[in-house]
Ligand binder design. Structure first.
Ligand SMILES: Nc1nc2c(ncn2[C@@H]2O[C@H](COP(=O)(O)OP(=O)(O)OP(=O)(O)O)[C@@H](O)[C@H]2O)c(=O)[nH]1
Ligand SMILES: [Mg+2]
Length: 323
């Protein structure tokens, strides 16, 4: 049986093999294009937040709870910080121990690669493979750092942002624009003090944000089309509040379906992947251009002070446009 057929029929070993090949950035465009026709059915859910905020522990309780509906769950735990992250990867597995024996749950950790856009491409491709493999809900966990956050929002239909009690975290989140990508906010470790203060602080900030948003767009939205971002307090280690989080995940999906927003987000994701792939191809082409005789000549002229970089690049681009 082909690898494609085996994945579609639920073979976990083939699935793992395929995800490894994506992570290694092997040339698998042909395979991914074959898979693509079988995607588009899963609910894609991103969970982001600062390192150690409790994302994996939340997923452990949340997925266990949501499994009661018999949905198959895929979890991709992304570590954007380094290539040498076996510690963090192991940490994720330990936190999600309750799920390890469940045949309806598949957990995969993924570390970053050096090449530009490597991780972004790998995340998008892996999600598609899990989708084609028939998982009903796919969770993508990543620590909120720069590009990883953008990737998670672009790849998800529902984005959960995890914050910690204490004003610092919420202020930082608002500055970094994290609140803009949140569909659901979780204040985890609510067993620590300041949890309720953080919640009221966040509510205030969300209120200001939604007002300025409405003024900016001069929009008259009917209230049923507006999703007001819920703030859920949790203690992931005991499972407290996780049922409320699960309810919100279901409600958000219903909202997406009922309002047509799901289609909007699906299209946005397609646009994002299209751009990502094109970017990667053009980047490879750029690397080749730099090795071309004409480019080396231009560089040599620059080094000798016989030209300036602006004219050199213009000259080169004109040459490539006509060749
Ligand atoms: N007190 C308390 N501890 C918690 C809670 N949730 C998680 N923890 C602990 O916080 C630590 C980090 O939890 P993780 O679930 O690994 O956090 P994470 O966000 O997945 O971490 P990274 O994947 O490394 O970014 C662990 O020691 C958890 O046991 C909580 O609600 N209360
Ligand atoms: Mg984790």
């Amino acid at each position: 049986m082909s690898l494609f057929r085996e994945i579609i029929s639920g073979n976990r070993q083939s699935l793992a093999q395929c995800l490894t090949s994506i992570e290694n950035e092997d040339d698998n465009y042909h395979f991914l294009s074959e898979i693509y026709g079988h995607t588009g059915n899963a609910h894609l859910i991103g969970i982001t937040g600062s390192p150690g905020s409790g994302k994996s522990t939340i997923l452990n309780s949340l997925v266990k709870l949501m499994r009661k509906n018999d949905d198959n769950m895929g979890i991709l735990a992304i570590d954007p910080s380094s290539q040498f992250t076996k510690g963090a990867v192991l940490g994720d597995r330990i936190r999600m121990q309750d799920l390890l024996g469940d045949k309806g749950v598949y957990i995969r950790s993924m570390a970053t690669r050096g090449a530009l856009g490597g991780l972004s491409n790998a995340v998008a491709g892996s999600i598609d493979v899990l989708d084609a493999a028939g998982f009903d809900r796919i969770f993508v966990e990543t620590s909120g750092v720069g590009q990883a956050e953008i990737d998670i929002a672009a790849n998800s239909y529902t984005t959960i942002v995890v914050l910690l009690p204490g004003a610092g975290d919420s202020i930082q989140a608002s500055k970094a624009g994290v609140l803009e990508i949140a569909d659901i906010i979780v204040i985890n470790k609510s067993d620590y003090s300041h949890a309720s203060l953080t919640k009221s602080h966040l509510l205030e900030m969300l209120d200001i944000a939604s007002h300025s948003h409405n003024i900016d767009n001069n929009s008259i939205n009917s209230s049923k089309n507006i999703w007001s971002v819920p703030i859920v307090s949790t203690v992931a280690t005991s499972g407290e509040g996780v049922d409320e989080l699960a309810d919100n995940v279901y409600s958000h999906y219903k909202y997406l379906c009922d309002t047509g927003e799901l289609e909007v987000r699906r299209r946005n994701r397609i646009r994002y992947i299209y751009r990502l792939l094109l970017q990667k191809q053009l980047y490879t082409r750029l690397e080749n251009i730099l090795l071309e005789e004409r480019s080396i000549q231009q560089l040599e002229l620059l080094m000798q002070g016989k030209n300036d970089p602006y004219t050199a690049v213009e000259h080169l681009m004109k040459w490539f446009d006509t060749h």
